[in-house]
Design a protein. Structure first.
Length: 210
C-alpha cells in the first residue's frame, strides 16, 4: 500500500495470502458491499492515480455445472447476470435463493447479515453454502481483476462484507479460484491478496488526497 496513504493513519488489513507485491505495480481494489466497486491504483512518476471502472457490472461466469445452474436461475430473474448480482449484500441473498432453487429446497427469505451470521455460527447449511459460493465467485473475480489491471502490486478487498469474514475467506476456495487461470496461474501465484479491515478506510483515502 502506498506510503502516503499509510502515513495518514493505520490502514489495517487481513492477509488472505501474503505473496510478494511488485513495488510500484498497479493495485486492484474490489468493494463488495451495497454494490460491487472495482478500481485500480497506479503510480506514474511517483504520483498515485486511481482508475475508476464499472467492473462490477461485468458478466458473472461460472466454473462448473452447479454454478452455471445458479446463474441460470439468476438470469431468469434479472436477464443479464453481472458480478454484482452475486458479489454484494443483495448478491449473497441472491446466491442463497439460487442454491435453494437448484437444490429444490424451501427456505425463508434471509438478509445478508443473517446469512453471514448463520454461516459463521455453523447453524445453517444453505447459509454456509451461500457464503462459500460467495467467496469462490469473489476469488475468480479478484483473479480476473488482477489480470485485467496487471495488478502484481496486490489485490485488496474492501467493502462492508469481507472484513467480517476474513477467516472464512482464508479457509474458502477464494485463493484457489484466484489463481485458477490456466496458463496464467504462475503469473498470479505470487500476487498477494488482502482484506481491508480499517473501519474508516474510505476517509483515509480521502485524507491522502488533501
Amino acid at each position: 500500500m502506498p506510503k502516503d496513504i499509510l502515513q495518514v493513519g493505520p490502514l489495517l488489513w487481513g492477509s488472505i495470502r501474503s505473496g510478494t507485491a511488485d513495488p510500484g505495480a498497479p493495485i486492484a481494489v474490489l468493494g463488495p458491499g451495497t454494490g460491487l466497486g472495482v478500481a485500480c491504483l497506479t503510480s506514474v512518476g511517483g504520483k498515485h492515480s486511481v482508475v475508476a471502472s464499472e467492473g462490477g457490472h461485468a458478466t458473472l461466469s461460472g466454473t462448473c455445472e452447479r454454478e452455471d445452474a445458479m446463474i441460470r436461475v439468476l438470469r431468469a430473474r434479472f436477464g443479464h447476470v453481472s458480478a454484482e448480482r452475486a458479489l454484494s449484500g443483495a448478491g449473497l441473498e441472491n446466491l442463497l435463493n439460487a442454491i435453494a432453487a437448484v437444490d429444490g429446497i424451501q427456505t425463508s427469505p434471509l438478509r445478508a447479515a443473517e446469512i453471514t451470521e448463520n454461516a459463521l455460527a455453523g447453524r445453517c447449511q444453505i447459509c454456509s453454502d451461500a457464503l462459500k459460493t460467495f467467496c469462490a465467485f469473489l476469488g475468480s473475480f479478484a483473479g480476473n481483476a488482477a489480470l485485467t489491471f496487471r495488478a502484481t502490486g496486490g489485490v485488496y478487498i474492501a467493502g462492508g462484507i469481507s472484513p467480517r469474514i476474513v477467516e472464512f475467506i482464508r479457509n474458502s476456495e477464494f485463493r484457489q479460484r484466484f489463481e485458477a487461470k490456466g496458463r496464467f496461474t504462475q503469473y498470479l501465484q505470487p500476487v498477494p491478496s488482502f482484506v481491508i479491515t480499517h473501519p474508516a478506510a474510505t476517509f483515509l483515502g480521502l485524507l491522502s488526497m488533501i
